[in-house]
Every structure is written in C-alpha cells, then in structure tokens.
Design a protein around this ligand. Structure first.
Ligand code: SF4
Length: 445
C-alpha cells in the first residue's frame, strides 16, 4: 500500500536541513507521498528507510522497456488516472502483427512499411514502434524464419515474439536476445518454461490469463519465479472488455497500489474490418494500454492513431511551445520580408509551413507568449505592442536587415499603430488573418 505523508515523514532524518530543496522533512515527505519528488534528493536517508520508502515510492506501474537504441520503447511509470492531474509518462506503443504463416515477401513488405511509417507532426517524429511476430504455425523453424525476415528489413525495430510454445520461444529469443524483445505468450500452462527463457535471456515477458483474478495470480507466480519485467494481457478482446479490464487494472494499480496488476498492458486490436480496428486501437490508446497491436499500418490509420496519442501524451498544463528566436526560412536576404508570430508550436509550424509553401525566403520572429496562439496571447496581454517592440529591439535584427518593416498577424491589426509608436523608424504591415493566406500575401508583394 502507498504510505501517507506522515508515515513517510517518520522514516526521514527530521533534521530539516533543506538539502533536498524543501524547507522541511515534512514538506519533502508530502511531496514524496504525492509522487512529486524522488527519494534520491535526500542524501541523509538511512538504508533501512530507503528500503521501505523505495518500495513505497516506486511508480505504481512498473517501468518496463524493450528494444534497444533509438527505437527502444519505454512503458509504464504512470502515476495518475487522468491526464489533467499530471502528464501521462510513456506514450502507448503501436505494434503491427506479422504471422509466420505469411510469405517472406509479405513479412518484409510490412517491416519495410514500419521503417517508413514516420510522420512529422508539430515538430515531433511519430512512427510505428514495434513488430509483433506471431508464431501462428506453432512451428519453431517457421517462427525463426519469420524473425529473420523481419530483421533483414528492419534490423533496429523493437520486437514482440508471440508464441505459447516454449521450444519456438527459445529458438526465436536466442536469435534476437541482444535486441531485448518482449517474449509474449506465457500463461498458466507454460509459466515455468517461459519464465526460464525470459530470465536466461533477460527479456521482458508478456503474460496472458482469462480475467484479472487469474492474471494477478499469474504475475505473482512469475515474480516468485524471478521474472519482474512483465507486460500483462487480461484476455480482453472486445471493445467493452478492453475498456473494463484496462480501467480496472489502472485503478487497482494507481488507487490501491495493487502491485500484482501494476504492469504495462498489451491490447490486441486486430480486426478484419480495418475501420473497426482503428476504433479499438484508439480506445486502447485513450484508455491505458502501453502497447496496441494492429494488423496493418495504412497511412490513414497511422495519422489518426499518432495524432490521438500525441494529444493524450502531451502535458495539458504546459502548452507545446517552440524557442523564442528569429527563424530563417529559406535563405533570406537583407531585404526579405520579416514577420512575427507567437511561440505556440502549432502556430509556429503552420505559419512556417505556409511561408515555405510561398517559396519566398523570410525571417520569422517567434515571440515567447508562453505557448499561446496569437489571439489568446493578445487577449492575455502576452503579445502586446510594448512586448513586441522590446523583443524586436533586443533581438538585434536591426543590424541584419535593410528595410525596417514588420509584418504582423492580421488578427492583431489593432496593434499596428502602437507598435510603430514604440519602434521609431519601423513600418508595420498587417499580414493575413489566417496562415493559409500567407503564400498569396508574400507573392503579391
Ligand atoms: Fe529532511 Fe532529508 Fe530534506 Fe534534509 S534533505 S530536509 S533530512 S528530507
């Protein structure tokens, strides 16, 4: 069970030395109880207290990772039920299934699709994270062949090796143990053999059971067998079952600190109807899955899933923003247009994209507005004539350009006179209200 702030306080040195950055041990204890501080911050805590508090302060959902290098996938570590409470930590991975009953060419085509699935959205690179190789044939040799076919095309991709057959599991895991795949398929019937393979090759183990009682009994059994890095599958397959099981798992882990279910969840969304599959996958992303498995990776589906995932896993309390500075788009000359906007990521990427479309080299001043869009920033007093003038003066741009002309967004046309008053010698031009008007505006000048 989680400890209260007072219970934690009793285990701290109680010297109020402030080395942890908090005014008192009690204040630090309260932060620890809310999982907003790390015990490492107190250098004087005793070994015994570390042991008790270490367990109590561990994230209620165990951190587990698979894959290596830049394509490794981190899961778990979540501490809340709802994203408005605190940012969700590790985005749900999307994995595509290949079956070892497919021809090599088909497997390689899917693997190649994974390697080319990257989409750039608001400055982040989004992609399919993993390939699940299903030992549908139940044959070791075919399973190995499928693993080799995937590796030939996508050597760095994170893998999930799915089989209930320990001999096939052993053969496949051996091939790619250095890539730290998840071995999925442990259940009550093969628990000892699968645990032994996972332990020998130091890979996470995916366990499945029918229902949450059986699942928590199985995770306890695996823990007793010495396997701690688990990914859990409650057997839920319909949308309703997935919603119920995932919600109960998350509540049990977060609210009750129920360790037997405190593991990343894998959800199988594969359907013959790809539209329905996309819908079930979105449910998994929205409701607590750490991995969602799909059967195909059409671009339309990827765009929908990645966008949802990105929205859910950004911090709702911190708007996405870009650095305040003057960005050069193309190779602007001293007399190229000079525009200004705010530093809300979406605003920046849309405006800079439209400037690029215009093929007119430009300088784009992006002003820190705490991540607010133009109109919101203006209404909040963060994109005012004085602040714009100060930013322009301090930027040193006057030494770089010939013509002192500043193009402002059409939505804040009202500021043009005030900016000219505060920036002597400058001409302010009102640009279009919407970013999609920028190419025509720039070309017409
Ligand atoms: Fe207390 Fe440790 Fe913080 Fe010092 S560093 S105030 S002993 S919790």
């Amino acid at each position: 069970m989680a400890l209260s702030g007072v219970e934690i306080f009793k285990l701290l040195p109680k010297t109020n030395c402030k080395k942890c950055g908090h005014p008192t041990c009690l204040a630090f204890a309260m932060k620890l109880a809310q999982r907003q501080a790390s015990l490492d911050a107190c250098p004087d805590v005793s070994e015994e207290a570390k042991k008790v508090l270490g367990e109590a302060s561990a994230p209620p959902i165990r951190p587990v990772s698979f894959g290596v290098g830049s394509m490794s996938v981190k899961m778990g570590e979540e501490t809340v039920l709802f994203r408005h409470e605190k940012k969700f930590v590790n985005p749900c991975a999307v994995a595509v299934e290949v079956k070892d009953t497919m021809e090599d060419g088909e497997i390689q085509e899917i693997a190649d699709g994974v390697m080319h699935s990257e989409i750039d959205r608001v400055g982040q690179k989004l992609r399919i994270d993993a390939i699940l190789i299903n030992n549908a044939s139940n044959d070791s040799a075919r399973f190995e062949k499928a693993v080799k076919a995937v590796m030939a095309e996508a050597p760095d991709v994170a893998l999930i090796l799915a089989t209930h057959n320990p001999s096939a599991a052993e053969a496949a895991v051996k091939l790619v143990a250095d890539k730290k795949p998840i071995l999925y398929g442990a259940d009550d019937s093969n628990a000892e053999a699968m645990a032994s393979i996972a332990k020998t090759h130091k890979v996470p183990l995916g366990v499945s059971a029918k229902g949450l009682d059986a699942l928590s009994a199985l995770t306890e059994k695996m823990k007793a067998l010495g396997v701690e890095d688990l990914v859990i599958d409650s057997g839920a397959r319909s949308a309703r079952e997935i919603l119920e099981a995932n919600t109960l798992v998350r509540r049990a882990a977060i609210r009750k600190n129920f360790k037997s279910l405190g593991y990343p969840v894998i959800t199988f969304a594969q359907r013959d109807d790809h539209m329905l599959e996309a819908l079930v996958a979105t449910l998994g992303i929205a409701k607590y899955s750490s991995i969602v498995v799909v059967s195909s990776i059409e671009k339309w589906k990827n765009v929908a899933l990645f966008t949802l995932r990105q929205n859910i896993y950004t911090d709702p309390q911190v708007p996405m923003q870009v650095e305040q500075k003057i960005y050069k788009i193309g190779e602007p000359a001293a007399d190229s247009p000079f525009m200004i906007t705010t530093n809300f990521s979406l605003t920046y990427f849309i405006v800079s994209g439209e400037v690029e479309n215009s093929k007119v080299p430009c300088r784009l001043a992006v002003m820190d507005s705490e991540g607010l869009s133009v109109l919101t920033a203006w209404a909040a007093g963060k994109f005012t004539a004085s602040k714009i003038a100060q930013f322009i003066q301090e930027s040193g741009i006057e030494n770089e350009i010939k013509k002192k002309e500043l193009i402002i967004p059409g939505y804040v046309a009202i500021l043009s006179g005030a900016i000219e008053d505060k920036l002597p010698g400058w001409k302010v031009t009102v640009g279009p209200r919407e970013a999609n008007g920028i190419p025509a505006f720039l070309k017409s000048r």
